[in-house]
Design a protein around this ligand. Structure first.
Ligand SMILES: [Zn+2]
Length: 380
């Protein structure tokens, strides 16, 4: 399998945005692109055909979840992720590093990656997460399925990802909690860098591998992390963790990181891509990004439309014969009325999730396509 290669078609004169083509063994992706989340080898509520029909150019599956269930050897025996899930386009696998946070300090403090309050107790060098232990060697998780202990270090993450067989693997890292203090973040980032070197030694040479920049909300640590990871022979770079409390800080921090990364290699922003963020992050030079918002909100009845958000569960839609969004050309909007979707949602039919997910993914993919057009035309 040839490794990925980014062909840059155009660089913006107004921002750091770039228009490109990400060439992979499973086809070419126009960038900037939104990566659709398919945690357990499925875009929740959709078939592979439906995800393709919603315009998803590439997927990101989750190493930790697939290691737990069904296990990477099951996937390998079925010919790898592409064959297993009948998805022909490119796939990325996350490294499991996000779960070091979400099942560790994230769980202990009830934190998401962003939006924590400053009053939250800080994580320092003396704190240890309750349900997992992090050492130089790697991380011991407690399975949420049966309580069994699972060890994943850089070598394990690489061998799991090689067996899953995605086009792009990510280096194993610790996504530092947003409430980590400077000392903790410094220690964690240094370890993530040592893990990055071990990942490079243990990688499958046929698979593309992205290194991950961490550094929390500390500008100098972010820059230093970007510089260190950029100096290693990765095929591309992931930018992980949190970026401070507000969007302005996020943009400033991204700028610091991106300036340290090599121009010719792809950059992926992990776990960010709210409609308000898309233009902002693309303008900082991000090529791909993944986000659970379109799929997750769909399952909770929220449609993103050209006129803002729409809650399909509200009974006021029952009598409407209008589509979710009259400006949308997606398979849902061309066939189904708000009234029908509202009924399905209120009746708790799975089809509601399917139809809303198709619409939201289409809507987001359209947003990104428009951003690409703006770069092409020199508007951003
Ligand atoms: Zn639609």
């Amino acid at each position: 399998m040839p490794r990925v290669r980014l062909e840059i078609l155009k660089r913006s004169k107004k921002s750091r945005a770039r228009l490109g083509l990400l060439h992979t063994a499973h086809g070419t992706v126009e960038t900037p692109a939104l990566v659709t989340v398919a945690t357990q080898a499925a875009v929740k509520t959709l078939t592979a055909e439906q995800a393709e029909g919603a315009g998803s150019p590439l997927l990101i599956c989750n190493t930790f979840h697939l290691h737990l269930k069904p296990g990477e050897q099951v996937v390998r025996a079925q010919g790898g992720l592409h064959e297993f899930m009948a998805w022909k386009r490119p796939i990325m696998t996350d490294s499991g590093g996000f779960q070091v946070f979400s099942l560790g300090f994230g769980r202990d403090y009830g934190l998401g990656k962003i939006g924590y309050r400053d009053t939250t107790a800080k994580v320092g060098l003396k704190q240890k997460p309750k349900l997992l232990s992090i050492t130089e060697q790697g991380v011991t998780f407690t399975s949420y399925l049966d309580g069994r202990k699972i060890f994943i270090g850089p070598e394990e993450s690489m061998s799991i990802q090689a067996a899953l067989g995605a086009d792009i693997a990510f280096a194993f890292d610790e996504c530092t909690p947003p409430n980590a203090d400077r000392a903790y973040t410094e220690m964690s980032v240094a370890r993530t860098h040592r893990w990055a070197e071990r990942c490079l030694k243990a990688r499958d040479p046929k698979q593309s591998l992205y290194g991950i920049v961490q550094g929390g909300k500390f500008k100098d640590l972010r820059r230093a992390s970007a510089r260190t990871v950029a100096s290693l022979p990765f095929d591309g770079f992931g930018i992980g963790g949190e970026f401070g409390a507000d969007k302005k800080t996020m943009t400033a921090m991204l700028r610091e990181v991106v300036r340290e990364l090599p121009e010719g290699k792809p950059r992926h922003l992990l776990g960010i891509g709210h409609p308000d963020d898309i233009r902002r992050i693309v303008k900082e030079g991000v090529d791909t990004f993944d986000c659970t918002v379109p799929t997750q909100y769909a399952r909770h009845g929220t449609a993103f439309t050209s006129r803002g958000r729409l809650e399909i569960g509200s009974s006021k839609h029952l009598k409407s014969r209008a589509p979710l969004d009259s400006a949308c050309g997606c398979p849902t909007c061309t066939k189904y009325t708000r009234g029908y979707l509202c009924h399905l949602y209120r009746a708790k039919e799975y089809t509601a999730g399917t139809l809303l997910t198709i619409h939201n993914l289409w809507h987001f993919n359209e947003l990104v396509r428009r951003v690409r057009t703006e770069i092409r035309r020199g508007l951003i």
